[in-house]
Design a protein around this ligand. Sequence first.
Ligand code: CO
Length: 161
Amino acid sequence: MALRNIVKDGDDILKKKCRPVERFDQKLWVLLDDMADTMHHANGVGLAAPQVGIMRRVAVVDIDVEQKGVIELVNPQIIAYSGEQCGNEGCLSFPGQWGIVKRPNYVKVRAQNRHGEEFEIEGRELLARAFCHEIDHLNGVVFRDVADRMLTPKEIEEMNS
Ligand code: CO
C-alpha cells in the first residue's frame, strides 16, 4: 500500500492517450492497489492511471454507494449508453475546480480485471458519470474539455455552504 503523487492541472501527461495493458502481472496489481489508496486518501470517487503518471489504460472507481467497493477497470471501453444527465463534476487533478458536464445517464462498460478476465459492468447516474470521466482520462480528455461551462467561484462557494 502506497500513495502516489497526483498529476495536476497544467501537466501535459493529462492530454496524452494511454496504451493498452498487455501484462497482468504484479506491477499492474501494485498499481491498482496504489491507485485505490491514493483515490481514497484524496476522497475521490475515481482515478485514472495517467493521473499518477502511468500511461496505461487503467482506472479505479469507488462511488461509495451500493457497497460495490473499488471497481478496477483495465482496458475499459463503453459498449452501450443511453439517456442524459447534467451535473457538477470535479477531478482530483483539478482541485477547487468544478464544471457542468453532460453525460449519459446509463453506460455499459466492458473491461478486464486484474487477471485479464473480461467482464461487463453497468452504471447509472454517478457511477455512469464516473466511468465516462475516467475513460476520458485514458484518451487524454479531461472534464474541463467537455464541460458546458465551469462554475464561478461564487457558485462553488454556494455549493460548499
Ligand atoms: Co479526473
